[in-house]
Design a binder for this molecule. Structure first.
Ligand SMILES: CC(=O)SCCNC(=O)CCNC(=O)[C@H](O)C(C)(C)COP(=O)(O)OP(=O)(O)OC[C@H]1O[C@@H](n2cnc3c(N)ncnc32)[C@H](O)[C@@H]1OP(=O)(O)O
Ligand SMILES: [Zn+2]
Length: 170
């Protein structure tokens, strides 16, 4: 994918842009994470991911405002679903879209941009993530993109909830 992709919804006025994140986007990205998810990270963690794996860190913009993000990293290890002993794995660390901007394809477009970059820029053979077992909207999105539930991670979250580890080949 090129640096910027414009997606215009069939419904007028619901267009958005997906582009690579920049350092100046981080305050807004961190704010979106705070209001949408219980899992938060220190500022240096976001910055580190942008510096190391910035080609697969994307934001979505509506009318010039960042309304969503996807942050990823690249890891080496035994694959969950791909073939091989040790492979490069793309890890979707966090994705979120502000509540008022959901169900217009932004989450899907962010995931597609991240997966394409993980594959073509970093050579990842698969992509994986963890998601709360109760998070149906996110699970539906991942299944629509071809992810499968690989295993349950018991008590994965601080509040005791389990996670599904979901993965697909790239
Ligand atoms: C690895 C992790 O970060 S796990 C945590 C994921 N993030 C969160 O849970 C944060 C809060 N939630 C969100 O930010 C959003 O709901 C997201 C990111 C999960 C989805 O973002 P959206 O922009 O709404 O997704 P998008 O519009 O692309 O939806 C694509 C498809 O996913 C499925 N989907 C998305 N939301 C829902 C929902 N609420 N109910 C059922 N299916 C849904 C649908 O199949 C949808 O296609 P459709 O609208 O044509 O039916
Ligand atoms: Zn994770």
């Amino acid at each position: 994918m090129e640096a910027e992709t414009e997606v215009t919804s069939k419904r007028q006025g619901l267009g958005f842009i997906v582009r690579r994140a920049r350092p100046e986007d981080l305050p807004k990205v961190i704010m979106i994470n705070k209001v949408t998810l219980p899992e938060h990270y220190p500022e240096w963690f976001w910055r580190e991911h942008l510096e190391k794996w910035g080609e697969a860190f994307f934001v979505a913009e509506v009318d010039g405002e960042v309304v969503g993000y996807v942050m990823t990293r690249v890891e080496y290890g035994p694959p969950f679903v791909a073939k091989g002993l040790i492979v490069k794995k793309g890890h979707i660390v966090s994705i979120a879209v502000l509540e008022g901007y959901r169900r217009r394809g932004i989450g899907r477009a962010l995931m597609e941009a991240a997966m394409e970059a993980l594959k073509t820029r970093y050579g990842c053979k698969e992509v994986y993530l963890e998601v709360r077992v109760s998070n149906n909207p996110a699970i539906r999105l991942y299944e629509k993109l071809g992810f499968k539930k690989v295993k349950v991670l018991h008590m994965y979250y601080l509040d005791g909830e389990d996670a599904y580890l979901m993965a697909r080949e790239l």
